[in-house]
Design a binder for this molecule. Sequence first.
Ligand code: GAL
Length: 390
Amino acid sequence: MNNGINYQFTKIFDRSVIGVSILFTLSISLTSWAQLRLDSFKPGELWPDTDGKHINAHGGGFLYSNGTYYWYGEHKGKESSAQVGVRVYSSKDLYNWKNEGVALSVSHDSNSEIVPGCVIERPKVIFNEKTNTYVMWFHLELKGQGYAAAKTAVATSNNPVGPFKFLKSFRPNAGYWPVGFQKELKNKTYGKEYEKWWTPVWKQGLDEGMFVNRDLEKGQMSRDMTLYVDTDGKAYHIHASEENQTLHISELTDDFLDFTDRWARILPGGQNEAPAIFKEGKYYYLITSGLTGWEPNAARSFRATSIWGPWIALGNPAIGIESEVTFRSQSTYVLPVFGKPSAYIFMADRWNPKNHIDGRYIWLPITLTDDNRLIIEWMDEWNLDWFNKI
Ligand code: GAL
């Protein structure tokens, strides 16, 4: 009996000693991982923040302010819906990111539009110099409505890391026609023959603006989105609209908190989403994806001399193995590297719809060719010195 007790005790003791030593070793290795300073990008791998945790900022947007980069993104759990809100990280070097917490939190007031279970996607933040305010826009879908609401939403803060205060959500451009919309199409009625998707007559209706017509009074749909502040200080909101079939670009008011009535259709019927835009010299470049939800597809790229278009198609910027699925990722942003001329990073999400928190980040440098096209090539590992070679 005694022996039995001793034996049990020894077993428990042994186990706890082993447990403690495993824990000890684990905490040592976690600490050293956490303290490890990164000096390169490894696209598609786990990306530990300065606490050693995989970065949780999907569909990201970036802001550079006073020597610091801020990375805003969707905080995801296993599921995609918003349970926490928009997370923000900061970095001085783009490799090492410090978790700065939740920039925009979901609200536990049941009357709010951003309750847990809503969809908050692709948050982007810009700074308004006139009002000294950080302005966040994001794609909002209301809880329990799938992707039917198709709204854009805005929040503000005096601090880049927040807390951001949710202001409002809406469908853009209610009551306003896009620039250049043909007068005779404004009064056109679209009959039953236009209702069946993917027929030639439906496609013709789509291209000429039947969905713009349909949504004129209640406002245009706004799903995947991005923001862009031009060199003259004017800001634009670019979003997937018309049942995701056409991108819209809208000018923001001077305080960046609203839309002016000026907007245009980009590539009508072009089926582009996940827009990412940048400007080099006299050209604007736009990178998008096609429409396959969380599944990757071939990226597209476009060039224009005016942000209002026309946009010229340049083809898939990705080349090499898996370029037909953009290295299994979907664009979210193009970041100009501060202080390095012509240095742009293509940023994309490799979604994991089975476990969204495990989504990976694909960052790759963009090559601008002599004939003003874009090339993105896969690299297992690279760092900012890559840009010194161009
Ligand atoms: C993708 C889109 C994502 C998300 C997803 C939902 O096409 O880019 O942001 O909305 O669809 O299925």
